[in-house]
Design a protein around this ligand. Structure first.
Ligand code: BGC
Length: 777
């Protein structure tokens, strides 16, 4: 009976995503006092001792709401007089970040599902998977009392050393934008608001709150803004989080051109904008720019806004505008619809979703007949992260999950026979070494991994005698506040390289295979050591079901179908942005602070301009270790019969894809377009669309259709401030990866001005932009 009532309530009572009328909204705003208004644009929460101050909000008009849900990143203020409850904001991209325990419920836990990291989700190239994961987030949020998810994060993975790349999707804005839209649509289908972040060009962590990102309007439009534009237009997120950095001199949260002129006026965004936590410096400028909500809010900000209204520096109409943006979304939330969360989301069902998503994001990088393994294979399992497998990265993207299936446990669960002595020696080694590492004082400190253990040649020879195959897991972690290092992080440590070589020699001398599993959150060097292995399985940081998902691929129960959302370069210097990443401190005489959270005024000039990721590798003929879009399968696919039809501005690309191997599998089909030459230089080709087949049985064929608009084929012209299409021949390339074209067709298109914008976000300094033309001269 209780369930029936709840079900009726959900179906009829809550009016999922109910819209408030403008009339009603205007009436509410008219009734608010000035002080009440201020406590709607300034939030609260993040109750970390020594971090946040006690609120000065007056109890008479505003209910104190801190910690409505323990461990959530923040809340809004409730307004008891007006009957407005507090809404709750919680991180993050890999799972709902809340405290797993609550004082008032000593016998209950509130663990959240640790889903695979963003990069793993985008490696699926499967928008349906992103949507399914998003919907699971939504249901979990609802039953844990969270109204807004502070996710997804879709900054461009501009350089492998970006500390938060694991939270982000891709080096390409079309892949990132479309996966984001899928995820947001999933979250919001369950009545929870998604927050796309960090808007915009927050691509490095070093000095992030004092960093001025200097970037051309064209690179902004075509690369850094593009994914957000796709996400806004295809999923209309309830909110957007502005980033910490400045963009061409103006902080993102104080940037009217970004937050109002582009986001609202051009893209028709209907939600509200919140700051990143403690982001920006001038609350009044933030209000004017259209940064509607300041999170998690400080007493100083409330005082400054009140003062500015009183002295006429800030118009009440601006405050009202921002409040309406906010309340319009709040009225759709469960909190505003008096829903009582049951505290019991279906975590069992979400285990399966997490496992399937992790599987779908695994990329097979190399396979010389080594995988799959039959399930009674005897495995010598090496590597500390085979035992201490990494679920995800650190910082606000971390999740309090109930458990973690290690790779060792996953392989055992699947029936593999692990060398028992080796497993137990690793267990002991990891326990002893872990005990020497001081525990983290606060969640956003970086995790420290146990150093890899070396084994003598005799021991390796004995292990090769007693086992059928060697598997070594290589792990990496990173997180918020800190970018990664080249040495011993992007590049392997000397011990890791030695271990790889020694295992290879020992096992290969007995004609036995050697497989490497990568349990990493970002790109690493692979060129120098890949020759020592027979197979490489890139599993990223796959969430709590890691071991089970990996075992499903290792055993061949599921055929891998992930593809790289990012290029793996030969060396770090082969990445164009390595010349300027992560920027320079403006005054080099100031000593570097010891604390990664402290920031010094600095500047990062994006000289590589539009040549990010494969756009650079392709255009400048630079060889990679594994190209963008790459990924193998246990079967093979044949492509045929490409046909393009045009209906007004829409193009339909149709072709056939057939599974011509022996086992069932899925294939990602990538559409790249090489633009007509025109007068302005362009990347060699760009991803414009993609799709994934169904699970095709051996011999099965599927007809594929990818729809794009010719308006997506233009470039941004900074002279006329418009999106333009050059006339001439466009080459449509249906590919299996960015370096493996399968079918091509040419189509002549006419010249067109797609849309005209204003001159916005212009750099104030000259940028020495990378150019193909300059290279030729
Ligand atoms: C991060 C955001 C996060 C917020 C709240 C900030 O430090 O940059 O991504 O949502 O904290 O935890």
């Amino acid at each position: 009976m209780k369930n029936l009532i709840l079900c009726l309530f959900v179906t009829f009572g809550i009016q999922l995503n109910a819209q408030i009328t403008d009339d009603k909204l205007n009436k509410i705003v008219d009734q608010l006092s000035l002080e009440e208004k201020v406590y709607l644009v300034v939030g609260t929460g993040m109750n970390i001792p020594g971090f946040s101050e006690p609120s000065n909000a007056p109890q008479t008009v505003v209910g104190m709401t801190q910690d409505k849900i323990p461990g959530a990143a923040g809340t809004s203020y409730a307004n008891k007089k007006q009957g407005l409850p507090a809404v709750v904001f919680a991180d993050g991209p890999a799972g709902i970040r809340i405290s797993p325990t609550r004082e008032e419920f000593p016998n209950q836990t509130f663990y959240a599902t640790a889903f695979p990291i963003g990069t793993s989700i985008s490696s699926s190239w499967n928008i349906d998977i992103a949507k399914e994961v998003g919907a699971a987030f939504g249901r979990e949020a609802r039953e844990y009392g969270v109204d807004f998810l502070l996710a997804p994060a879709l900054n461009i993975q501009r350089n492998p050393l970006g500390g938060r790349n694991f939270e982000y999707y891709s080096e390409d804005p079309v892949l990132g934008g479309k996966i984001t839209a899928g995820f947001v649509n999933g979250v919001q289908s369950e009545g929870i608001g998604a927050t796309i972040k960090h808007f915009v060009a927050n691509n490095s962590e070093t000095n992030r709150s004092e960093l001025n990102t200097v970037v051309s309007e064209r690179a902004l439009r075509e690369i850094y803004l593009k994914g957000f534009e796709i996400a806004v237009k295809e999923s209309q997120p309830w909110s957007v989080m502005s980033s910490y950095n400045k963009i061409n001199g103006v902080p993102a949260s104080e940037n009217e051109e970004l937050l109002t002129k582009i986001l609202r006026d051009e893209w028709k965004f209907e939600g509200f904008v919140m700051t990143d936590w403690f982001g920006g410096k001038d609350a009044v400028a933030q209000m004017k720019a259209g940064n509607d909500l300041l999170m998690p809010g400080t007493n100083q900000q409330s005082a400054n806004i009140l003062e500015a209204i009183k002295n006429g520096d800030l118009k009440v109409s601006i405050l009202d505008r921002n409040i309406k943006h906010i309340l319009k979304q709040y009225f759709k939330t469960y909190s505003f619809n008096n829903y009582v969360p049951n505290g019991k989301p279906d975590l069992e069902a979400h285990k399966t979703i997490a496992r399937n998503a992790a599987i779908e994001g695994i990329v097979l990088l190399k396979n010389n007949n080594a995988l799959p393994l039959t399930n009674n294979t005897k495995i010598a399992l090496f590597g500390v992260t085979s035992v201490e497998t990494i679920s995800g990265g650190t910082g606000s993207g971390d999740v309090n999950s109930a458990y973690m299936i290690s790779i060792a446990d996953g392989l055992k669960n699947a029936g593999f026979i692990l060398d028992a002595d080796l497993v137990s020696e690793y267990d002991t080694y990891v326990k002893v070494e872990r005990a020497k590492i001081p525990p983290k004082k606060i969640f956003f400190e970086k995790d420290i991994l146990v150093q890899e253990k070396l084994w003598s040649k005799d021991r390796l020879e004995a292990l090769a005698n007693n086992n059928d195959v060697a598997v070594f897991t290589l792990g990496r972690t990173s997180g918020e506040f800190q970018d990664r290092e080249v040495e011993d992080d992007f590049n392997l440590t000397a011990d890791e390289l030695e271990l790889i070589k020694n295992i290879s020699t020992a096992f290969h001398s007995k004609n036995k295979k050697f497989i490497i599993i990568l349990n990493i959150g970002g790109v690493i060097e692979t060129q120098s050591w890949k020759k020592y292995t027979d197979a490489i399985l890139l599993t990223w940081q796959p969430g709590q079901e890691a071991g089970n998902a990996i075992a499903d691929i290792v055993s061949g129960k599921v055929n891998p179908s992930g593809k790289l959302p990012v290029t793996f370069p030969v060396t770090i210097d082969n990445i164009a942005s390595s010349k300027n990443f992560p920027g320079k401190v403006l005054d080099p005489t100031v000593p570097k602070p010891n604390n990664p959270m402290a920031a010094l005024p600095s500047e990062e000039i994006y000289e590589e301009d539009i040549y990010v990721g494969y756009r650079y590798f392709d255009s400048f003929n630079v060889v990679s270790s594994f190209p963008f879009g790459y990924g193998l399968s246990y079967t093979n696919f044949e492509y045929s019969d490409l046909n393009i039809t045009q209906k007004e501005d829409d193009l339909y690309l149709e072709c056939k894809v057939k599974n011509v191997g022996d086992v069932e599998g899925k294939e990602v089909i990538q559409l790249y377009v090489k633009s007509a030459k025109g007068t302005i230089e362009k990347p060699e080709k760009e991803l414009k669309g993609f799709t994934k087949t169904n699970l095709l049985k051996a011999g099965e064929m599927q007809e594929i259709s990818i729809k794009i608009s010719i308006n997506d084929l233009g470039y941004y012209d900074t002279i006329s401030n418009s999106w333009k299409l050059d006339k001439g021949t466009y080459k449509f390339i249906i590919s299996s990866n960015s370096k493996l074209p399968k079918l091509t067709s040419d189509l002549p298109l006419k010249e067109k001005i797609i849309s005209t914008t204003q001159k916005l976000l212009s750099p104030v300094v000259e940028i020495n932009k990378l150019s193909k033309q300059l290279m030729v001269e």
